[in-house]
Design a protein around this ligand. Structure first.
Ligand SMILES: Nc1ncnc2c1ncn2[C@@H]1O[C@H](COP(=O)(O)OP(=O)(O)OP(=O)(O)O)[C@@H](O)[C@H]1O
Ligand SMILES: [Mg+2]
Length: 398
Protein backbone atom coordinates (compact mmCIF):
# COMPACT_ATOMS: atom_id res chain seq x y z
CA UNK A 1 0.00 0.00 0.00
CA UNK A 2 1.03 3.59 -0.64
CA UNK A 3 0.69 6.60 1.63
CA UNK A 4 1.10 10.11 0.23
CA UNK A 5 1.84 13.14 2.32
CA UNK A 6 0.66 16.48 0.97
CA UNK A 7 -0.75 19.50 2.75
CA UNK A 8 -1.89 21.31 -0.39
CA UNK A 9 -5.35 20.15 -1.49
CA UNK A 10 -4.82 20.66 -5.26
CA UNK A 11 -1.45 18.93 -5.23
CA UNK A 12 -3.00 16.08 -3.22
CA UNK A 13 -5.71 15.64 -5.87
CA UNK A 14 -3.09 15.54 -8.62
CA UNK A 15 -1.03 12.96 -6.75
CA UNK A 16 -4.12 10.86 -6.25
CA UNK A 17 -4.61 10.61 -10.02
CA UNK A 18 -1.07 9.23 -10.33
CA UNK A 19 -1.33 6.88 -7.35
CA UNK A 20 -4.90 5.61 -7.63
CA UNK A 21 -7.86 5.81 -5.27
CA UNK A 22 -6.46 3.13 -2.96
CA UNK A 23 -3.51 5.23 -1.89
CA UNK A 24 -3.99 6.82 1.52
CA UNK A 25 -3.67 10.59 1.89
CA UNK A 26 -2.26 12.16 5.04
CA UNK A 27 -1.98 15.94 5.36
CA UNK A 28 1.43 16.26 7.01
CA UNK A 29 4.58 14.55 8.26
CA UNK A 30 3.33 14.16 11.84
CA UNK A 31 0.10 12.58 10.62
CA UNK A 32 2.21 10.30 8.40
CA UNK A 33 4.24 9.08 11.37
CA UNK A 34 1.08 8.34 13.30
CA UNK A 35 -0.51 6.58 10.37
CA UNK A 36 2.59 4.51 9.62
CA UNK A 37 2.94 3.50 13.23
CA UNK A 38 -0.50 1.98 13.15
CA UNK A 39 -0.41 0.50 9.65
CA UNK A 40 2.45 -1.88 9.25
CA UNK A 41 1.73 -2.98 5.70
CA UNK A 42 2.63 0.25 3.92
CA UNK A 43 5.52 -0.16 1.50
CA UNK A 44 5.74 3.27 -0.10
CA UNK A 45 5.55 6.79 1.28
CA UNK A 46 5.29 9.59 -1.29
CA UNK A 47 6.30 13.03 -0.03
CA UNK A 48 4.38 15.61 -2.05
CA UNK A 49 5.96 18.80 -3.40
CA UNK A 50 4.57 21.00 -0.59
CA UNK A 51 6.04 18.88 2.22
CA UNK A 52 8.90 20.66 3.96
CA UNK A 53 12.09 19.12 2.64
CA UNK A 54 13.84 18.72 5.98
CA UNK A 55 10.80 17.28 7.72
CA UNK A 56 10.50 14.86 4.82
CA UNK A 57 14.16 13.88 5.18
CA UNK A 58 13.65 13.30 8.90
CA UNK A 59 10.70 11.03 8.18
CA UNK A 60 12.76 9.09 5.64
CA UNK A 61 15.67 8.64 8.09
CA UNK A 62 13.29 7.44 10.78
CA UNK A 63 11.57 5.03 8.43
CA UNK A 64 14.89 3.62 7.21
CA UNK A 65 15.56 2.37 10.74
CA UNK A 66 12.01 1.66 11.87
CA UNK A 67 10.79 -0.06 8.75
CA UNK A 68 13.51 -0.98 6.30
CA UNK A 69 11.02 -2.52 3.88
CA UNK A 70 9.28 0.81 3.27
CA UNK A 71 10.70 3.24 0.72
CA UNK A 72 10.21 6.98 0.28
CA UNK A 73 9.60 8.74 -3.04
CA UNK A 74 10.19 12.49 -2.97
CA UNK A 75 8.18 14.66 -5.38
CA UNK A 76 9.70 18.10 -6.05
CA UNK A 77 9.07 21.08 -8.28
CA UNK A 78 12.76 21.61 -8.94
CA UNK A 79 15.45 18.94 -8.81
CA UNK A 80 19.17 19.61 -8.75
CA UNK A 81 22.26 17.60 -7.85
CA UNK A 82 22.54 18.95 -4.30
CA UNK A 83 18.93 17.95 -3.59
CA UNK A 84 19.59 14.49 -5.02
CA UNK A 85 22.69 14.06 -2.82
CA UNK A 86 20.89 15.12 0.34
CA UNK A 87 17.85 12.99 -0.45
CA UNK A 88 20.06 9.97 -0.96
CA UNK A 89 21.82 10.53 2.37
CA UNK A 90 18.42 10.72 4.10
CA UNK A 91 17.52 7.33 2.66
CA UNK A 92 15.03 8.51 0.04
CA UNK A 93 14.84 5.95 -2.76
CA UNK A 94 13.71 8.12 -5.69
CA UNK A 95 13.21 11.83 -6.46
CA UNK A 96 10.68 12.71 -9.18
CA UNK A 97 9.54 15.90 -10.94
CA UNK A 98 6.02 16.84 -9.83
CA UNK A 99 4.90 17.49 -13.44
CA UNK A 100 5.78 13.96 -14.56
CA UNK A 101 2.90 11.94 -13.12
CA UNK A 102 3.81 8.83 -15.11
CA UNK A 103 7.29 8.91 -13.56
CA UNK A 104 5.73 9.26 -10.07
CA UNK A 105 3.60 6.14 -10.69
CA UNK A 106 6.60 4.18 -12.03
CA UNK A 107 8.78 5.16 -9.07
CA UNK A 108 6.10 4.06 -6.65
CA UNK A 109 5.84 0.72 -8.39
CA UNK A 110 9.62 0.17 -8.32
CA UNK A 111 9.84 1.09 -4.63
CA UNK A 112 6.85 -1.13 -3.77
CA UNK A 113 8.46 -4.09 -5.59
CA UNK A 114 11.71 -3.52 -3.71
CA UNK A 115 9.81 -3.29 -0.42
CA UNK A 116 8.17 -6.65 -1.04
CA UNK A 117 11.57 -8.19 -1.79
CA UNK A 118 13.03 -6.76 1.43
CA UNK A 119 10.08 -8.07 3.42
CA UNK A 120 10.42 -11.50 1.85
CA UNK A 121 14.14 -11.56 2.58
CA UNK A 122 13.99 -10.40 6.19
CA UNK A 123 10.58 -11.80 7.05
CA UNK A 124 9.66 -8.94 9.32
CA UNK A 125 9.84 -5.29 10.18
CA UNK A 126 11.27 -3.62 13.21
CA UNK A 127 7.71 -2.54 14.03
CA UNK A 128 6.48 -6.07 14.33
CA UNK A 129 9.65 -7.28 16.03
CA UNK A 130 10.02 -4.82 18.91
CA UNK A 131 6.87 -5.69 20.74
CA UNK A 132 7.80 -5.06 24.33
CA UNK A 133 4.92 -2.85 25.23
CA UNK A 134 1.26 -3.74 25.48
CA UNK A 135 -1.61 -1.57 24.39
CA UNK A 136 -4.01 0.61 26.30
CA UNK A 137 -7.66 0.58 25.30
CA UNK A 138 -9.71 3.28 27.05
CA UNK A 139 -13.50 3.05 27.07
CA UNK A 140 -15.16 6.45 27.40
CA UNK A 141 -18.51 8.14 27.00
CA UNK A 142 -19.33 11.70 27.89
CA UNK A 143 -22.74 10.64 29.20
CA UNK A 144 -23.40 8.16 31.99
CA UNK A 145 -25.06 4.80 31.61
CA UNK A 146 -24.16 4.24 27.93
CA UNK A 147 -22.52 0.87 28.57
CA UNK A 148 -18.85 1.64 29.25
CA UNK A 149 -18.50 -0.82 32.11
CA UNK A 150 -20.40 -3.50 30.20
CA UNK A 151 -18.10 -3.07 27.21
CA UNK A 152 -14.87 -2.75 29.21
CA UNK A 153 -15.49 -5.86 31.33
CA UNK A 154 -16.62 -7.97 28.37
CA UNK A 155 -13.81 -6.81 26.10
CA UNK A 156 -11.19 -7.45 28.79
CA UNK A 157 -12.63 -10.93 29.42
CA UNK A 158 -12.73 -11.74 25.73
CA UNK A 159 -9.13 -10.62 25.22
CA UNK A 160 -8.12 -12.87 28.11
CA UNK A 161 -10.16 -15.93 27.23
CA UNK A 162 -10.24 -15.93 23.45
CA UNK A 163 -7.20 -13.92 22.39
CA UNK A 164 -5.25 -15.66 25.20
CA UNK A 165 -3.66 -12.37 26.09
CA UNK A 166 -2.36 -11.10 29.40
CA UNK A 167 -4.91 -8.44 30.32
CA UNK A 168 -5.46 -5.94 33.12
CA UNK A 169 -8.73 -4.06 33.56
CA UNK A 170 -8.35 -0.72 35.35
CA UNK A 171 -11.43 0.88 36.90
CA UNK A 172 -10.92 4.63 36.75
CA UNK A 173 -14.51 5.37 37.75
CA UNK A 174 -13.00 6.37 41.07
CA UNK A 175 -16.25 7.35 42.82
CA UNK A 176 -18.71 4.75 41.55
CA UNK A 177 -16.63 2.07 39.84
CA UNK A 178 -18.51 -1.18 39.54
CA UNK A 179 -16.25 -3.51 37.55
CA UNK A 180 -15.64 -5.42 40.79
CA UNK A 181 -19.37 -6.04 41.11
CA UNK A 182 -19.85 -6.82 37.43
CA UNK A 183 -17.14 -9.51 37.73
CA UNK A 184 -18.11 -10.65 41.24
CA UNK A 185 -14.73 -9.91 42.72
CA UNK A 186 -13.79 -9.65 46.37
CA UNK A 187 -10.88 -7.23 46.20
CA UNK A 188 -8.29 -7.14 48.93
CA UNK A 189 -6.86 -3.94 47.45
CA UNK A 190 -7.99 -1.07 45.27
CA UNK A 191 -6.38 1.70 43.25
CA UNK A 192 -6.47 3.74 46.45
CA UNK A 193 -3.67 1.54 47.85
CA UNK A 194 -1.60 2.25 44.74
CA UNK A 195 -2.18 5.97 45.25
CA UNK A 196 -1.06 5.68 48.87
CA UNK A 197 2.31 4.27 47.80
CA UNK A 198 2.70 7.28 45.47
CA UNK A 199 5.80 7.69 43.34
CA UNK A 200 7.50 4.76 45.06
CA UNK A 201 5.04 2.43 43.35
CA UNK A 202 6.85 -0.08 41.17
CA UNK A 203 5.64 -3.01 39.06
CA UNK A 204 5.98 -5.61 41.79
CA UNK A 205 3.98 -3.52 44.27
CA UNK A 206 1.33 -2.72 41.68
CA UNK A 207 0.90 -6.34 40.60
CA UNK A 208 0.32 -7.26 44.24
CA UNK A 209 -2.64 -4.85 44.32
CA UNK A 210 -4.51 -6.47 41.44
CA UNK A 211 -7.49 -8.74 41.97
CA UNK A 212 -7.54 -11.90 39.83
CA UNK A 213 -10.69 -13.01 38.03
CA UNK A 214 -11.13 -16.76 37.42
CA UNK A 215 -10.74 -16.16 33.66
CA UNK A 216 -7.13 -15.05 34.21
CA UNK A 217 -7.99 -11.37 33.84
CA UNK A 218 -6.42 -9.10 36.47
CA UNK A 219 -8.35 -6.11 37.77
CA UNK A 220 -7.29 -2.91 39.47
CA UNK A 221 -10.58 -2.07 41.13
CA UNK A 222 -11.90 1.36 42.06
CA UNK A 223 -11.91 2.63 45.68
CA UNK A 224 -14.68 1.09 47.73
CA UNK A 225 -15.90 4.47 49.05
CA UNK A 226 -16.77 7.43 46.76
CA UNK A 227 -15.02 9.91 49.05
CA UNK A 228 -11.66 8.23 48.35
CA UNK A 229 -11.85 9.46 44.77
CA UNK A 230 -9.63 12.51 45.31
CA UNK A 231 -6.81 10.49 46.83
CA UNK A 232 -5.96 9.20 43.35
CA UNK A 233 -4.06 11.96 41.58
CA UNK A 234 -3.75 12.26 37.78
CA UNK A 235 0.05 11.72 37.98
CA UNK A 236 -0.57 8.44 39.81
CA UNK A 237 -2.92 7.33 37.04
CA UNK A 238 -0.23 8.05 34.43
CA UNK A 239 2.36 6.18 36.49
CA UNK A 240 0.05 3.18 36.95
CA UNK A 241 -0.71 2.97 33.24
CA UNK A 242 2.98 3.27 32.36
CA UNK A 243 3.78 0.36 34.70
CA UNK A 244 0.89 -1.84 33.60
CA UNK A 245 1.50 -1.46 29.89
CA UNK A 246 4.96 -3.00 30.40
CA UNK A 247 3.49 -6.00 32.20
CA UNK A 248 0.38 -6.76 30.15
CA UNK A 249 -0.50 -7.28 26.50
CA UNK A 250 -3.60 -5.14 26.96
CA UNK A 251 -4.70 -2.68 29.58
CA UNK A 252 -8.43 -1.94 29.31
CA UNK A 253 -9.52 1.20 31.14
CA UNK A 254 -13.10 1.84 32.27
CA UNK A 255 -13.87 5.50 32.96
CA UNK A 256 -16.50 7.72 34.61
CA UNK A 257 -18.70 9.88 32.37
CA UNK A 258 -16.63 13.06 32.63
CA UNK A 259 -13.61 14.70 31.04
CA UNK A 260 -11.78 15.11 34.34
CA UNK A 261 -8.02 15.08 34.58
CA UNK A 262 -7.59 11.43 35.47
CA UNK A 263 -9.80 10.50 32.51
CA UNK A 264 -7.78 12.79 30.25
CA UNK A 265 -4.64 10.94 31.33
CA UNK A 266 -6.18 7.61 30.36
CA UNK A 267 -7.31 9.04 27.01
CA UNK A 268 -3.90 10.52 26.41
CA UNK A 269 -2.18 7.20 27.11
CA UNK A 270 -4.63 5.22 24.99
CA UNK A 271 -3.56 3.42 21.86
CA UNK A 272 -7.25 3.00 21.13
CA UNK A 273 -10.10 5.07 22.51
CA UNK A 274 -13.57 3.54 22.37
CA UNK A 275 -16.19 6.30 22.38
CA UNK A 276 -19.47 4.79 23.49
CA UNK A 277 -22.94 6.23 22.88
CA UNK A 278 -26.51 5.04 22.71
CA UNK A 279 -29.14 6.18 20.20
CA UNK A 280 -30.41 8.99 22.41
CA UNK A 281 -30.15 12.69 21.69
CA UNK A 282 -28.22 13.60 24.90
CA UNK A 283 -25.74 10.75 24.36
CA UNK A 284 -25.15 11.71 20.72
CA UNK A 285 -24.89 15.41 21.57
CA UNK A 286 -22.30 14.67 24.24
CA UNK A 287 -20.38 12.35 21.95
CA UNK A 288 -20.32 15.06 19.27
CA UNK A 289 -18.94 17.52 21.83
CA UNK A 290 -16.38 14.95 22.97
CA UNK A 291 -15.22 14.45 19.37
CA UNK A 292 -14.98 18.20 18.84
CA UNK A 293 -12.96 18.51 22.04
CA UNK A 294 -10.61 15.71 20.98
CA UNK A 295 -10.18 17.43 17.60
CA UNK A 296 -9.41 20.74 19.32
CA UNK A 297 -6.86 19.01 21.50
CA UNK A 298 -5.19 17.58 18.42
CA UNK A 299 -5.97 13.99 19.36
CA UNK A 300 -5.32 11.77 16.32
CA UNK A 301 -8.58 10.79 14.64
CA UNK A 302 -7.31 7.35 13.76
CA UNK A 303 -6.96 6.58 17.44
CA UNK A 304 -10.63 6.63 18.36
CA UNK A 305 -13.57 4.50 17.28
CA UNK A 306 -17.27 5.04 17.84
CA UNK A 307 -19.23 2.25 19.47
CA UNK A 308 -23.02 2.47 19.33
CA UNK A 309 -24.50 0.47 22.16
CA UNK A 310 -28.13 -0.68 22.19
CA UNK A 311 -27.94 0.18 18.52
CA UNK A 312 -31.18 -1.55 17.63
CA UNK A 313 -33.25 0.13 20.33
CA UNK A 314 -36.45 1.62 18.90
CA UNK A 315 -36.09 5.12 20.22
CA UNK A 316 -36.68 7.28 17.19
CA UNK A 317 -33.09 7.94 16.13
CA UNK A 318 -31.86 5.86 13.21
CA UNK A 319 -28.25 4.74 12.84
CA UNK A 320 -28.03 6.81 9.67
CA UNK A 321 -29.21 9.97 11.51
CA UNK A 322 -26.66 9.39 14.23
CA UNK A 323 -23.72 8.75 11.92
CA UNK A 324 -24.69 11.81 9.89
CA UNK A 325 -24.80 13.96 13.03
CA UNK A 326 -21.42 12.63 14.15
CA UNK A 327 -19.96 12.94 10.64
CA UNK A 328 -18.34 9.58 11.22
CA UNK A 329 -19.42 5.95 10.91
CA UNK A 330 -19.52 3.71 13.95
CA UNK A 331 -17.02 0.86 14.22
CA UNK A 332 -19.30 -1.37 16.29
CA UNK A 333 -23.03 -1.78 16.78
CA UNK A 334 -23.94 -3.61 19.95
CA UNK A 335 -27.58 -4.70 20.12
CA UNK A 336 -29.83 -4.15 23.10
CA UNK A 337 -30.69 -7.20 25.14
CA UNK A 338 -32.07 -7.84 28.60
CA UNK A 339 -29.48 -10.62 28.86
CA UNK A 340 -26.91 -7.87 29.46
CA UNK A 341 -28.28 -6.61 32.82
CA UNK A 342 -29.04 -10.19 33.73
CA UNK A 343 -25.37 -11.17 33.15
CA UNK A 344 -24.28 -8.19 35.29
CA UNK A 345 -26.61 -9.30 38.06
CA UNK A 346 -25.09 -12.79 37.94
CA UNK A 347 -21.59 -11.35 37.91
CA UNK A 348 -20.68 -13.30 34.77
CA UNK A 349 -19.71 -11.37 31.61
CA UNK A 350 -22.06 -12.17 28.76
CA UNK A 351 -19.12 -13.09 26.50
CA UNK A 352 -18.37 -16.08 28.72
CA UNK A 353 -21.94 -16.82 29.78
CA UNK A 354 -23.32 -16.76 26.23
CA UNK A 355 -20.43 -16.61 23.76
CA UNK A 356 -22.73 -16.85 20.72
CA UNK A 357 -25.07 -14.12 21.90
CA UNK A 358 -25.37 -11.21 19.39
CA UNK A 359 -23.96 -8.84 22.04
CA UNK A 360 -20.94 -11.13 22.51
CA UNK A 361 -20.52 -11.47 18.74
CA UNK A 362 -20.46 -7.73 18.18
CA UNK A 363 -17.82 -7.18 20.89
CA UNK A 364 -15.80 -10.08 19.45
CA UNK A 365 -15.97 -8.63 15.92
CA UNK A 366 -14.76 -5.27 17.19
CA UNK A 367 -11.93 -6.92 19.12
CA UNK A 368 -10.79 -8.96 16.14
CA UNK A 369 -11.05 -6.09 13.68
CA UNK A 370 -9.54 -3.24 15.65
CA UNK A 371 -7.49 -4.78 18.42
CA UNK A 372 -6.05 -8.22 17.87
CA UNK A 373 -5.70 -7.95 14.07
CA UNK A 374 -3.24 -5.06 14.29
CA UNK A 375 0.24 -5.54 15.68
CA UNK A 376 1.20 -3.78 18.89
CA UNK A 377 3.15 -0.56 18.49
CA UNK A 378 6.90 -0.50 18.99
CA UNK A 379 8.06 0.99 22.30
CA UNK A 380 9.24 4.18 20.60
CA UNK A 381 5.80 4.61 19.20
CA UNK A 382 3.73 4.49 22.32
CA UNK A 383 1.49 7.47 23.06
CA UNK A 384 2.71 7.55 26.65
CA UNK A 385 6.31 7.67 25.52
CA UNK A 386 5.80 10.82 23.49
CA UNK A 387 6.01 13.84 25.76
CA UNK A 388 4.81 16.15 22.98
CA UNK A 389 1.56 14.31 22.56
CA UNK A 390 1.15 13.67 26.23
CA UNK A 391 1.40 17.39 26.84
CA UNK A 392 -1.15 18.14 24.21
CA UNK A 393 -4.23 17.21 26.18
CA UNK A 394 -3.15 19.35 29.07
CA UNK A 395 -2.01 22.45 27.24
CA UNK A 396 -5.53 23.84 27.13
CA UNK A 397 -5.45 24.07 30.90
CA UNK A 398 -2.21 25.97 31.14
N1 LIG B 1 -26.46 -3.68 25.05
C1 LIG B 1 -27.18 -3.55 26.16
N2 LIG B 1 -28.44 -4.04 26.23
C2 LIG B 1 -29.18 -3.91 27.36
N3 LIG B 1 -28.75 -3.32 28.47
C3 LIG B 1 -27.50 -2.80 28.47
C4 LIG B 1 -26.66 -2.88 27.33
N4 LIG B 1 -25.48 -2.29 27.63
C5 LIG B 1 -25.58 -1.85 28.89
N5 LIG B 1 -26.79 -2.15 29.40
C6 LIG B 1 -27.29 -1.84 30.75
O1 LIG B 1 -27.29 -0.44 30.90
C7 LIG B 1 -26.91 -0.09 32.22
C8 LIG B 1 -25.69 0.83 32.15
O2 LIG B 1 -24.60 0.08 31.63
P1 LIG B 1 -23.12 0.30 32.15
O3 LIG B 1 -23.06 0.25 33.63
O4 LIG B 1 -22.25 -0.60 31.40
O5 LIG B 1 -22.93 1.81 31.66
P2 LIG B 1 -21.78 2.84 32.06
O6 LIG B 1 -21.56 3.69 30.87
O7 LIG B 1 -20.63 2.14 32.62
O8 LIG B 1 -22.51 3.67 33.20
P3 LIG B 1 -21.82 4.73 34.21
O9 LIG B 1 -21.63 5.98 33.42
O10 LIG B 1 -22.84 4.88 35.30
O11 LIG B 1 -20.54 4.13 34.67
C9 LIG B 1 -26.64 -1.39 32.96
O12 LIG B 1 -27.78 -1.74 33.67
C10 LIG B 1 -26.38 -2.38 31.85
O13 LIG B 1 -26.72 -3.69 32.22
MG1 LIG C 1 -19.60 2.39 34.44
Amino acid sequence: MTVYVENNADAATTLRTALGAEAVHVPGVDAAREYLAEHTDEDVVVLGSHVDQWLGFELASWLRVARPSAGVVLVRRRIDSSLLGEALRAGIREVVDERDLAAVAQSVKRVADLGRDVRAATGKDVFTENRQRGRIVTVFSAKGGCGKTTIATNLATLLTVEAQAKVCLVDLDLAFGDTGIALQLLPAHTIEDAAAIGTGLDSAALLALLTPHPSGLQVLVAPLRPDSKDSVKPETVSHILDLLVREFDYVVVDTPPSFDETVLRSIDHADLLMLVATLEVPAIKNLKLAIETLDLLGYPRNRWKIILNRADAKVGLSLADVEKALKSPASAYIPSSRDVPSSVNHGVPIVTDQPKHPVSESIRTFMRTYITATPAPAPSDAPAAEPARRGRLFRRKG
